[in-house]
Design a binder for this molecule. Structure first.
Ligand code: NAP
Length: 264
């Protein structure tokens, strides 16, 4: 029996990368999926994800919205509600990581990063919670990062602080919404080879260092993040609330040591 049969899910930023994998994993478990994206050029990508989702015998729609924009978020929820029904599983995945050093970050970059990575969670979760409270059922899962806990490479404080803020937002929402049988949790990927990291990982030396730095000696995959999201959306996780499940190979529990290069 599919674990999420006939549940209605909305995945933000699902046209590619980690969001795409999450949408497909949810569909594999029987959920109907709304696939959000924002840029016009990504419409064909979102349509491709829709086809992959539908191949699992569930319903899918694509819905364009900038998740940092209240008016567009409201229109998105209305469309999902009209076409699929009230959102029962919300995955706040959309995010950006402008690779700019602290001294060069503009106010525009700062605002765009926080609007996409933090404000979006506030806007989408507040709207989703309304119908979840009525149903006394809901799962909100935020895609955070190792950067929610530690400063990772490359050092981009606007991104890292946004992911740390989103971690505390997750915990606060979990406390407030738990009494309505709404679980609010998060997953924390380490580096995954998506468009977000294409330029960064294109340097073979950096890619090798990323792999070497990880205790599992490999990069994570988008599907592994989808697996963790499915678990948190399932009834097996019904008593897990306010938790950040790291899917990082143990990277954030390991402090850099002077003998890191030595074989043990
Ligand atoms: P990605 O490949 O760059 O994809 C980003 C997705 O977010 C796209 O679907 C994009 O839509 C969407 N998006 C961006 N801004 C948006 C907005 N304002 N409104 C709606 N959608 C928006 O990124 P990814 O690597 O899959 O990352 C997904 C999440 O995982 C992010 O929150 C990221 O911070 C987190 N994460 C990633 C890594 C990694 O190494 N990749 C590691 C840790 C955490 P369009 O296609 O329309 O642009």
């Amino acid at each position: 029996m599919a674990r999420l049969a006939n549940r209605i899910a909305l995945v933000t930023g699902a046209s590619r990368g980690i969001g795409e994998a999450i949408a497909i994993r949810l569909a594999e478990e029987g959920a109907h999926v709304a696939i959000n994206y924002t840029s016009d050029r990504s419409r064909p990508l979102a349509e491709n994800v829709k086809a992959q989702v539908e191949a699992h015998g569930v319903k899918a729609i694509v819905v364009q919205a900038d998740v940092g924009n209240k008016r567009q978020v409201e229109a998105m929820f209305q469309e999902v509600n009209d076409k699929l029904g009230p959102v029962e599983i919300l995955v706040n995945n959309a995010g950006i990581a402008p690779f700019e050093p602290f001294l060069k970050v503009t106010e525009e970059t700062w605002d765009r990063t926080y609007n996409t990575n933090v404000k979006s969670i506030f806007l989408c979760s507040q709207l989703a919670a309304k119908s979840m409270i009525e149903k006394r059922y809901g799962k909100i899962i935020n895609v955070l990062s190792t950067a929610s806990l530690v400063v990772t490479s490359p050092v981009i404080p606007h991104y890292q602080s946004s992911k740390a803020a989103a971690n505390m937002l997750t915990k606060g929402m979990a406390i407030e919404l738990g009494k309505y049988n709404i679980n609010v949790n998060a997953v924390g990927p380490s580096t995954v080879d998506t468009d977000m990291c294409t330029d960064y990982l294109a340097d073979p030396e950096i890619r090798a260092k990323e792999i070497e730095a990880n205790p599992m000696k490999r990069l994570g995959t988008a599907r592994q993040i989808g697996d963790a999201v499915v678990f948190l959306a399932s009834e097996e996780a019904m008593q897990i609330n306010g938790h950040l499940l790291m899917v990082d190979g143990g990277l954030t529990v390991k402090a850099a040591q002077p003998d890191d290069h030595m074989e043990h």
